[in-house]
Design a protein. Structure first.
Length: 108
């Protein structure tokens, strides 16, 4: 039976302590960042809109509710994937188009 080296145990505890410390630090900075740092919309756009007499309106398509925004990105990715798949041969396989039997000259 092998006896484990005590240095290995100490290094494991140091690594675990470091990971826990980093997780706590990241979590606390994310929680407090939302309160301290408002976005551009709140700090700039709304300020100037109020100065000129315009109030915030509800959006025509509210993407904050549910998974609508996720669905929009899924739909855009699907359309982009189909387009890339359809033109894959032109994009990756075929060579440059030929004009009058000669290869097209490229400047560069």
């Amino acid at each position: 039976m092998r006896i484990q080296d005590s240095r290995f145990k100490i290094q494991n505890y140091r690594i675990m302590f470091l990971i826990i410390f980093l997780l706590i630090t990241c979590y606390s900075s994310l929680v407090t960042a939302a309160e301290k740092w408002p976005g551009v919309d709140e700090s700039v756009v709304e300020k100037y809109a109020k100065e000129h007499g315009r109030e915030a309106m509800t959006p025509l398509i509210n993407t904050d509710q549910g998974d609508l925004l996720l669905f929009v990105f899924l739909l855009a990715g699907t359309i982009g994937g189909f387009a890339a798949g359809y033109y894959w041969r032109i994009l990756m396989v075929e060579k440059t188009p030929r004009i009058n039997g000669d290869k097209q000259k490229t400047t560069g």
